[in-house]
Design a protein around this ligand. Structure first.
Ligand code: DGL
Length: 254
């Protein structure tokens, strides 16, 4: 698949810090892949922008991603997947993996609530997903301000503030339909007192399948780079996840 002297490169994109939760999982699972994380933190929340603006902003980033000739790209943002994955796949020739709300496993638990940005909640993609896998008992709730709150307070999240963004509904499962919400998973799970699904595992599985199991026997350490937006913050969030999970000793150059 690749020159054996170099690691394959996978580029990630999210508006801000949300996709770093997925990046972390993929770095853990694919130790011989290099990753570059593209973001646009100063324009968060994408979920409150009109579709044309989301497409324009994402296209700019994907032109940069294309110039790196990546093995694959991951749209680590539910909003961008819901609003422009078809556009991206039509225009760019490399593999593009998108994250979607994990409605299917959640709806198997019973009554289900999908939390998402307004752009995701109102998208045709999510309506179709809910119709297909929601078992007729799945509702979608838009949280217009939660992603921006997480983006701006990721190192100091308040459980009370997070709860103030959530609806007071009793359900059997909650789906985190925005990667920023993954940073609030524990608070949401305690507040809703039910199983919470985030789509991280499923998307990482998909990327691993696409990359195949070709063993890249390289002596190089894995490289994780950050581009666009607030790179210092994004690097710090990633490093915090590595530290929290006791993995900073992994052979990575961040
Ligand atoms: N992290 C993004 C998502 O998964 C959205 C955040 C935003 O609104 O910018 O939807």
């Amino acid at each position: 698949m690749e020159n054996m002297n170099t690691n394959p490169e996978v580029c990630f994109f999210d508006s801000g810090i949300g996709g770093i939760s997925l990046l972390y999982e993929c770095v853990r699972r694919l130790p011989r892949v290099d990753f570059t994380y593209f973001a646009d933190n100063f324009r968060v929340p994408y979920g409150s922008l009109p579709q044309e603006e989301i497409i324009k902003a994402v296209d700019e980033k994907f032109k940069e991603i294309e110039s790196r000739n990546p093995t694959a790209a991951v749209v680590a943002c539910n909003t961008v997947t819901a609003r422009c994955i078809d556009f991206l796949r039509g225009k760019y020739k490399f593999e593009i993996v998108g994250i979607q709300p994990a409605v299917k496993p959640a709806a198997e638990k019973g009554n289900c609530l999908v939390l998402a940005t307004p752009a995701t909640a109102q998208s045709r993609a999510v309506k179709e997903l809910v119709e297909k896998y929601g078992n007729g008992r799945t509702q979608v709730f838009a949280c217009p301000d939660l992603a921006a709150y997480v983006e701006n307070n990721v190192f100091d999240l308040s459980a009370e503030r997070i709860k103030s963004f959530l609806p007071n509904i009793k359900v059997d499962a909650v789906v985190l339909g925005c990667t920023h919400y993954v940073f609030c998973k524990e608070v949401i799970s305690n507040y809703c007192n039910c199983a919470v699904f985030d789509g991280i595992e499923g998307t990482a599985d998909h990327l691993c399948k696409i990359l195949g199991n070709s063993d890249h026997q390289t002596p190089r350490a894995q490289k994780i780079a950050f581009s666009g937006g607030d790179t210092a913050k994004n690097r710090l969030v990633f490093r915090s996840l590595m530290v929290r999970n006791g993995r900073l000793s992994q052979k990575v150059n961040i």
